[in-house]
Design a protein around this ligand. Structure first.
Ligand code: GRF
Length: 209
């Protein structure tokens, strides 16, 4: 993927978009040296689309029903991203599984944020799963996206202690704060090309002072 324009980000979101907003703010303030070219959503009603538009970012609903198959839909997504020169894709509460059609043109360049310490508690309602299991330490993970859900190499994690008086909701709220923090940090590392991938192990160089 050509990177002569620096880091150009595309964000995929299906929901309220708080992680997306954290990334947009960090790019706007210069904390992440990158430009967000587009926010794409499979859901017309996603709060993320509205927030992105309010923040002056191109936001597009692509209807999965207008594309015959998952692969066809992913080809349409890739076309939208490529036409805007996107070279780094961030999934932020994107609820569809991506196919090879999506990953092949963006190999090693698709990130996701998940609200558990993977590989524990993949899938939906991860915070509730961790809470119900009774773990003492929950958290969140930024990882590279592979075909199998929530399975790619770990880029960054943050631990969040579970308090005796927590509910799944209070725990989720503290995890979400950490999601916003580490997603910005991880994307910044990609934008500054400080990331080295060796198989499943990912190494991040400290930023220049
Ligand atoms: C976050 O908890 C994220 O980890 C998960 O989906 C949720 C999306 O929340 N993948 P938001 O739309 O970013 O507020």
């Amino acid at each position: 993927m050509p990177e002569q324009d620096g880091c150009v980000i595309g964000i995929l979101a299906s929901g309220r978009g708080s992680n997306m907003a954290a990334l947009l703010e960090a790019c706007a303030s210069g904390e992440i040296p990158a430009r967000v070219a587009v926010v794409l959503s499979d859901r017309e009603q996603a709060g993320a689309l509205e927030t992105a538009r309010r923040m002056g970012v191109d936001a597009v609903h692509l209807n999965p029903r207008q594309h015959g198959s998952r692969e066809g839909y992913d080809r349409a997504l890739v076309a939208e991203l490529r036409q805007r020169g996107v070279n780094l894709v961030c999934l932020a509460g994107y609820m569809k599984l991506v196919t090879r059609e999506f990953l092949a043109p963006y190999a090693g360049r698709v990130l996701n944020i998940h609200p558990s310490l993977l590989p524990s508690f993949p899938g939906l309602d991860a915070q509730q799963q961790a809470f119900d299991y009774g773990v003492k330490v929950a958290g969140c993970t930024v990882h590279l996206v592979e075909l199998a859900m929530d399975s790619g190499p770990v880029v960054m994690q943050a631990a969040v202690p579970v308090m005796d008086d927590d509910t799944a909701q209070s725990l989720s709220a503290r995890i979400l704060e950490q999601e916003h923090r580490i997603y910005v940090e991880a994307v910044c590392a990609f934008a500054e090309e400080r990331v080295r991938v060796e198989g499943r192990r990912i190494f991040i160089r400290a930023p220049r002072k």
